[in-house]
Structure formats: structure tokens, C-alpha cells
Design a protein around this ligand. Sequence first.
Ligand SMILES: Nc1ncnc2c1ncn2[C@@H]1O[C@H](COP(=O)(O)OP(=O)(O)O)[C@@H](O)[C@H]1O
Ligand SMILES: [Mg+2]
Length: 139
Amino acid sequence: MNYKVNFEVEKDDFEKAGEASRKIKKTLKQLGVDNKTIRHIAIAGYEGEMNLAIHSDGGEIILEVSSEKINLTIQDVGPGIPDLDLAMTEGYSTASDKVREMGFGAGMGLPNMEKNADFFEIHSKVGKGTKIQMSFNLK
Ligand SMILES: Nc1ncnc2c1ncn2[C@@H]1O[C@H](COP(=O)(O)OP(=O)(O)O)[C@@H](O)[C@H]1O
Ligand SMILES: [Mg+2]
């Protein structure tokens, strides 16, 4: 990998949420990545970042860029997802009423991450955490 950067995302930090995906978008623009790929990564990155803020106990986003592809890893330290099939279902959300009032909780984040990535893999363990690995092809 030619370029690697980490972004920490804190639990419940709605003031800063969205900042990491904005920085990722800016970085990719500066690296000369094409707009369509940037759009896919921006959507997937934003959904992942919001999930860290809303659903996790805190985590990080790792961006890795090479000449062939861009890897986006989104991992957290808990609480984990008990049923991944259910979590991946369009419209499924455990978001609280408070979070829904802020405009989140449509239950489309994980499905949209999968749709926008060329490679998508999610692993989760209750009590341990969740790790999502995505790749976006450049060629
Ligand atoms: N990092 C995470 N940690 C724990 N649970 C998560 C995480 N990401 C997603 N989930 C669970 O998966 C569900 C679906 O996520 P998503 O598709 O992004 O919808 P939404 O965020 O709108 O609820 C969430 O409501 C939550 O229950
Ligand atoms: Mg979400």
C-alpha cells in the first residue's frame, strides 16, 4: 500500500461524526482518484462512520490506497452484532427514537456499504466487536 491513514470515531459523538468521511473524500480527490470511485467510497465510509458513532462503543476507519485498489476497514471494540443476516436486511435498524429524530436509522447503511463496494466482508462477535472490510477497484 502506498498510502495509509487511520481515523478514530468516538461513540455518540454526533458533533464530529461525518468528519472522517469528509477527510477521506478530500484525500482521495488530492490523490487523483476518479469521481465515481470517490462517490462509492464516500457513501460506504459515511455509513460506516455513522454506524461507529451510533451503534458501536467506538472504533476506527482505516483507509489504504494502492495503484490497484482502495481498502476501507471499519472496526470497533463492541458491542458486536448478534445476527448478521438480520443486520444486513434492508430496513432493519435497532436505532433509538432519539437517533431516528436526528434523521438516522433507515436500516440501509450496511446494505448500501455492500452495494457500493467491489468487495465486502463483515465479521462480528458479541462482546468483542465488528470488523468490516471493503475494497474498491481502481482499474
Ligand atoms: N458497528 C456496529 N456495532 C453494532 N451494531 C451495529 C453496527 N453497525 C450496524 N449495527 C447493527 O446493524 C443494524 C443495521 O445497520 P444499518 O444498515 O447501518 O442501519 P441503521 O444504522 O440505520 O440502523 C443497526 O441498526 C445495528 O443494530
Ligand atoms: Mg447505519
